[in-house]
Design a protein around this ligand. Sequence first.
Ligand SMILES: Nc1nc2c(ncn2[C@@H]2O[C@H](COP(=O)(O)OP(=O)(O)OP(=O)(O)O)[C@@H](O)[C@H]2O)c(=O)[nH]1
Length: 197
Amino acid sequence: MSAMRVDVKVVMLGKESVGKTSLVERYVHHRFLVGPYQNTIGAAFVAKPIQVGEKVITLGIWDTAGSERYEAMSRIYYRGARAAIVCYDLTDSSSFQRARFWVKELQNCEEHCKIYLCGTKNDLIQEDRSLRKIDYHDAQDFAEGECSRPVGVLTYELFQKVAEDYNSAAFQYMTEETGVDLGQKKDSYFYSCCHNN
Ligand SMILES: Nc1nc2c(ncn2[C@@H]2O[C@H](COP(=O)(O)OP(=O)(O)OP(=O)(O)O)[C@@H](O)[C@H]2O)c(=O)[nH]1
């Protein structure tokens, strides 16, 4: 089996159980996980080709383990990433603190990594608004101040956006030898997703 060429390294970060693996499963395999929750150990990798206009961009997605026990390992996985999807669970305020931690860390350590902030389990708050623990405006203020602006709710839109951003940056920087810089602070995004849309 020949190895697939990866165009852009993407890392999934966020507290344990926020739904990182579920988002990747949903996007890559069009399914959502049922049965008991199984935490990721270390990290999992999947390559996903995406059509962007006439081109195919392959995302190499590293799904890291959210448990703080694996924090040092997550640092290894985000190294060199051009995009980070930082997830928090809309029903868990501590997960938002953790997301802020990762955003700061990426801003300090990975200046070429574009950050996409993603609130997860949107379905739960659609069913019962009282479950929402992160005020929309708090997330928006943080996103606008730090990294992102609101864009979409569909999982495929999020990954598609990563590929499109890479593609437009690649076009822009085509003549440079240094590789593609998606940039960090300018023009980033935030999403509210759930595992079944
Ligand atoms: N209702 C709902 N449950 C979800 C959603 N996404 C994930 N879950 C559930 O949340 C639990 C954790 O999901 P995972 O995708 O394994 O979370 P993770 O962030 O990858 O967790 P770690 O591997 O520990 O870092 C599972 O029981 C999922 O079924 C969602 O969008 N809606």
